[in-house]
Ligand binder design. Sequence first.
Ligand code: SF4
Length: 471
Amino acid sequence: MSMFQDIPVDVGIVYEGERIRKNEMYVELGGPKVKTKFELVRVKKPGEVEDGKISIVGPDLKDLEEGKTYPFGILVEVAGKELEEDLEGVIERRIHEFTNYIEGFMHLNQRYDIWCRVSKNSFKKGLNTFELVGKVMIRLYKSELPIIEKIQVTFLTDPKKVEEQYNMALKVYEARDAKARGLKDEEVDEFYGCLLCQSFAPTHVCIITPQRYSNCGAISWYDGRAAAKIDPKGPIFAIPKGECLDPWKGEYTGANKAAKEKSLGAIERVWLYTAFGYPHTSCGCFEGIAFYIPEVDGMGLIHRDFKGNAVNGLRFGTMADATAGGRQVDGFHGISIEYTRSPKFLQVDGGWHRVVWMPTDFKERVKDFIPKDVVDKIATEKDVQNIDELKEFLEKVNHPVVERWKEMGLEEEAIAEEEEEEIEAVPAAGVPVQGMPLPLPIGNFKISIKGAKINIEKLLLKKVEKKRKRR
Ligand code: SF4
């Protein structure tokens, strides 16, 4: 008999990648429209946990108004002889997986940034109380992680209570992250891999090292180590480092092998400390994006919570679409906020000395980790609104990228103007391009199309010459 007989909707891995669109949703819990939302796991003493207890603080699902968005918190408390605090982050990340198994319940992101929806269909079928979500979570936790001996789950929708617990959760996350700082990639023999996001991004493999935090910002190297120890066949596993092929780029034979095997050959190499060449893959739940701004040859940073347009005119969601899916996209790089605190943060690309723009909130959160000589030279949305203003700002503050412009000859009025001369037109009607990577150079980006069928009616070959404008 299925352990979910008494649940009115299906429960299974098949629902893991399910997206609930706005017009299909009954209610939205957390997400970008509300400030306070969180999920947190705490390891407690056995006497502090009532096994199987589910509490709801605030209105239950059936008492929420259809079509509305609410602050939301999920607090999971666990106890067990072998449980230690180091496992909290990993147990917490499984909330994403287990709640997504429920037909008509969508869970995105992590920690302070969760975004859930319940579908109208599932609500109609009877998924109208958090009790049911809690029951599924408890059963899955106990069957998948037997070291959890006791577990209780609390759902919060009362805005005041959510806010109180949210502030407490932020302190717990910070303490976890701080613990992982200081250890160097060179000092360990193993990295850790995580495949939890493959349901959304099939070729994504997180390579978690002490100095390159996971993309979601929820799993540190210590968390990875604890998870691999208790469940070595689970989604988080040890990666023997192997030989270091390039210490500057962060290329290791062990990481390459794991990426290739676990992406079924789609990813062959990984350079851990750069956004170009063979960057770490980007899943979909990254906390932020590092994006190249060709007009100033600098990097911008944006985090998920930033609602406005970035300096390049694009919103987080638009750039996330260009970045996500388990791909390696030159110049669009999914990252965690914690990774920006690492001394190896994009070191190949110039690290913080190449960053030219980021939202104020993001900057405030990591300010203490930005080198003093550049911190005031990084523009925010309060300083500039577009690329022209950014250029002026960078010149005024003498940002380190301005030196690069001189070296590249970009100090002249504008980036090179291209003159294109059409030299040949080849009729190519009906030529299918199939099964091979097709690199398309577009501006400063290279887009590779794989596995697509393209019919070309006419192929234009153009000679491109660069001309510089003179002052
Ligand atoms: S972003 Fe990486 S570490 Fe985080 S859940 Fe996804 S695969 Fe795992």
